[in-house]
Design a protein around this ligand. Structure first.
Ligand code: ZN
Length: 320
């Protein structure tokens, strides 16, 4: 297996702009905003070389079990056994927040490239605002940009039937954020995974570059908004890892070694600005929801059945 098998056969331009002998330089060239601006302002967990490991705790290491673990703070191995579209039996932490804060459905929003989020993000259809897969967004009303995106997403066909391009997900979500001003927004991209399955490592890299530009656009909107500036936490994570060799990078699942290793970053006023976590206890995907609840000032133990715990490194100690 060589460059060609990994989809890099004609990717000289990418190699020229992204390849450095030092892995730190490589990651900064690939995602400059994440590494140079976001991470120093918060905490990133999951660099095993620095003594920070983060893993999925579900046994499947595919997307739905991973998203469900993120959204409910627990693995549900007996119910969510793969990517089959079954309604999540458990209310997500987004629904928990909606109830605790007495919010309307529109104030808790999910924009996702994969249509499966209609099943993973809520146990009662319609409880929160979900726009996922090839789907027009009803809100904001009277936005010509949303109208254009609503039409174009069906013209710009993607390699999967159940997912649309991340650019539509992001721009629809950002326009919703600007106009509806939700209390909580969950965005989910898809392309790095699908391109990897297709052995297109060049497209994986380009999708990560797009993700980095999207993060910069999102963060600059938030930090210039009177509602969100300096009071908003950004949480980044992934539904699963994947193989780490040229032969295995395309895949993940119970038989692919190392794909249970994931990462997460927290950036916001209630997280210490330490950069990459070093020599911290093992963290799990199921800990993300309890950490978010803790950051927002809720007692995570009130979220019935939660199995994870807040990640201490991601939460600033109270100053009193
Ligand atoms: Zn996949």
């Amino acid at each position: 297996m060589g460059q060609k098998a990994a989809g890099m056969g004609d990717a000289k331009a990418l190699e020229k702009s992204l390849w450095y002998p030092d892995p730190k330089q490589r990651r900064e060239a690939l995602m400059p905003f994440l590494w140079k601006t976001l991470v120093p302002q918060g905490v990133l967990l999951g660099n095993v070389a620095l003594g920070s490991s983060m893993q999925v705790s579900n046994r499947y290491r595919v997307s739905y079990p991973g998203y469900s673990e993120i959204l409910t703070g627990r693995a549900q191995d007996d119910v969510i056994r793969g990517n089959d579209p079954v309604q999540n039996p458990t209310p997500s932490f987004l629904q928990f927040l909606k109830e605790k804060q007495h919010l309307r459905a529109e104030q808790v929003a999910v924009f996702a490239s994969w249509d499966n989020f209609h099943f993973s993000a809520e146990n009662k259809p319609g409880d929160i605002y979900i726009n996922a897969g090839y789907e027009k967004s009803r809100l904001p009303e009277n936005s010509s940009w949303t109208g254009q995106l609503n039409r174009l997403q069906f013209d710009a066909r993607y390699i999967e039937d159940s997912s649309r391009h991340d650019a539509f997900t992001f721009e629809l979500g950002l326009e919703y954020l600007r106009n509806v001003q939700p209390e909580h927004l969950f965005l989910s991209f898809d392309e790095t995974d699908d391109w990897a399955h297709d052995h297109r490592y060049d497209r994986v890299l380009e999708s990560l570059q797009y993700l980095d530009r999207s993060l910069e656009k999102l963060w600059s909107y938030l930090q210039n908004s009177s509602k969100y500036a300096n009071s908003t936490t950004l949480v980044l994570t992934t539904d699963h890892g994947r193989g780490d060799t040229i032969a295995s990078f395309s895949d993940h699942g119970p038989d692919v070694p190392g794909d249970d290793q994931i990462w997460a970053a927290f950036v916001g006023p209630d997280t210490p600005a330490v950069g990459e976590a070093q020599n911290v206890p093992q963290a799990y995907q199921r800990d993300i929801a309890p950490t978010i609840l803790e950051i927002l000032g809720f007692d995570y133990r009130e979220y019935t059945g939660v199995a994870g715990q807040p990640i201490a490194a991601a939460v600033r100690a109270p100053s009193h």
